[in-house]
Structures are given as structure tokens and as C-alpha cells.
Design a protein around this ligand. Structure first.
Ligand SMILES: [Zn+2]
Length: 281
């Protein structure tokens, strides 16, 4: 079964959320700072900021519905999902003044960790960047194919733009070279899935939360946007956790629950988790 489904480029502008799923589940170990974290949003981040408030609200309402239907978010507490995830992964809430620097540091640290090509190359020579990413995938024993070759998967998950299939060691992604923006966006998606491929090869027991954080922060984070002080920066950071990383993780729990025939919930999506954690400090 597929592990990752990213949203297609066309919808990224409107719905700042990715969807995908990953490996091992709810362990007690909390991913702390560097070694275990990190994941998402470069272009998506910019698109999120560009998205109108109305669209954001719409997306939020949609997500709230999904989450509360799932019993994970109590009424009136919907924002807490992203904030709790943020706290679980980094020990900080999105509004923490240290957060922007943390995300940027993690971005570079993770790019090094996965030996990803220099980002400057993506600005200058996208075909070469694409070749490098594919080379990494090849070395990891992972095949890359188009989404139209992925059987019924993308029909079942029409929101998915890319996916990593753990069992068959395949990445399905469409590289859209019709414009510089869509090409770059496709490469971000490819990179995100390449990271999942490396995780599944090297650290398959990494919690889903850490896997998604890593993939998003390394491949999709818009460093420039994060570094810029702007009135909506905190909301942007909150959206990264709530809509991008959060959606991917949410999907994983749903898929895992249906696989196991019982509801699997994240350990961190409740007040008590943090109360207990903070008591221990
Ligand atoms: Zn992912």
C-alpha cells in the first residue's frame, strides 16, 4: 500500500495541505530537536501565504470536519491539532519566537543528512537537479514512474500528487515541465518522496511524525519566506504543521487504522500528553 500521497500542484494553491502516509506508528519516544525531526514546504509555504484568508478558512473548516469526525479534535480546539503537533515535534508552539530559526536550521541540517543536491542548483539548472534526485532514488533501489502508471491508486486518491510505495519500492510522480514554477514544484514533490524512500530504507522505524517533518522541512520549506518577518508568518508556520505535515500524518493514521482494523490515534493529540510531559520536566 502506498505511503505517501502529496497533493497535486494544481490544488496546492488552494488547499495548503499534503496528503500522504508513512511507516511505523505511535511510539512513546518523542522526536526531539535535530536528529529525529523535520519535514516540509517550500513552494507550498509561499502558496499558503498567497492563498486568501477565505481559502484558508475554507480549508480549515474542511479539515476541522475531517478531524472532528475522526474524534481527534475536540470542538473549538481545532487549531490545537497543528499546535500540538508542532509542540510534539519541536518542543515549541508555532508562535514561539525561536521557531523560524529552528525550522531553517532543521532544513539545512536535514538536507545534509540526506545528501540532497544544493538548492541553488534547482534555481539554475532544474534538469540537472532532477537528474541528481533520480540518482539518489536509484542508489536507494527505488524506481520512479508517472502517476498514470500507478494503477488505480491515483483514482482512489484523486487529491494525491505524488506517492511513495513502500512494498514495491516505487515513487510515482509527474514531472510537469510546462512552466518553471510547476517544474520546480514537481521537483519538490519528487524530493519529498525521495526522502521518504531513504527513510524507509535506512530508518523504517522512525515515527510517522518525524518522517513527515523531515520530508516537508527538508524538501518543501521556503526558507526565504520563513526568514522574512511578516505579520502572517506565525499563521504560515501553524499551517505547515496543521495542514501540510498534519494532513499527511492524519492520513497515515487513517490508513493504518483501516489496515489494523482498529483505531490508531496519535499519542500527542490531547492536552494530557503535554501536561504529563511538562510535569516530568
Ligand atoms: Zn510525506
Amino acid at each position: 500500500m502506498a505511503r505517501n500521497l502529496e497533493i497535486p500542484q494544481e490544488t496546492q494553491e488552494n488547499v495548503p495541505a499534503e496528503q500522504d502516509t508513512q511507516a511505523e506508528s505511535t511510539t512513546e519516544s518523542v522526536p526531539t530537536l535535530t536528529a529525529e525531526e523535520i519535514a516540509d514546504i517550500q513552494r507550498k509555504r509561499e502558496e499558503m501565504r498567497a492563498a486568501s484568508k477565505q481559502e484558508m478558512d475554507q480549508a480549515r473548516r474542511k479539515l476541522e470536519k475531517i478531524f472532528s469526525d475522526n474524534g481527534n479534535i475536540e470542538t473549538g480546539e481545532s487549531d490545537e491539532y497543528g499546535d500540538r503537533l508542532s509542540d510534539y515535534l519541536t518542543g515549541m508552539r508555532p508562535e514561539d519566537p525561536r521557531m523560524p530559526e529552528r525550522l531553517v536550521n532543521d532544513h539545512y541540517m536535514l538536507r545534509e543528512k540526506y545528501h540532497l543536491p544544493d538548492e541553488k542548483m534547482a534555481d539554475q539548472d532544474m534538469p540537472e537537479y532532477e537528474r541528481r534526485l533520480k540518482e539518489i532514488a536509484k542508489k536507494a533501489g527505488v524506481k520512479i514512474k508517472g502517476t498514470d502508471e500507478a494503477g488505480k491508486f491515483f483514482k482512489e486518491y484523486p487529491m494525491a500528487g505524488a506517492a511513495h510505495f513502500e512494498e514495491t519500492k516505487e515513487i510515482a510522480v509527474n514531472i510537469d515541465r510546462s512552466s518553471a514554477g510547476s517544474y520546480r514544484s514537481s521537483l519538490d514533490s519528487l524530493e519529498h518522496e525521495v526522502i521518504h524512500a531513504l527513510q524507509n530504507k535506512n530508518t523504517p522505524d522512525m515515527p510517522i511524525e518525524a518522517m513527515e517533518y523531515e520530508a516537508y522541512i527538508a524538501a518543501n520549506l521556503n526558507v526565504k519566506a520563513i526568514q522574512e518577518e511578516s505579520p502572517d508568518r506565525t499563521e504560515g508556520i501553524r499551517a505547515i504543521f496543521q495542514y501540510a505535515i498534519g494532513s499527511s500524518i492524519e492520513n497515515w493514521y487513517k490508513e493504518e487504522s483501516s489496515k489494523q482494523g482498529m483505531e490508531i490515534k496519535p499519542v500527542w493529540n490531547n492536552k494530557e500528553y503535554f501536561l504529563k510531559r511538562d510535569e516530568k520536566k
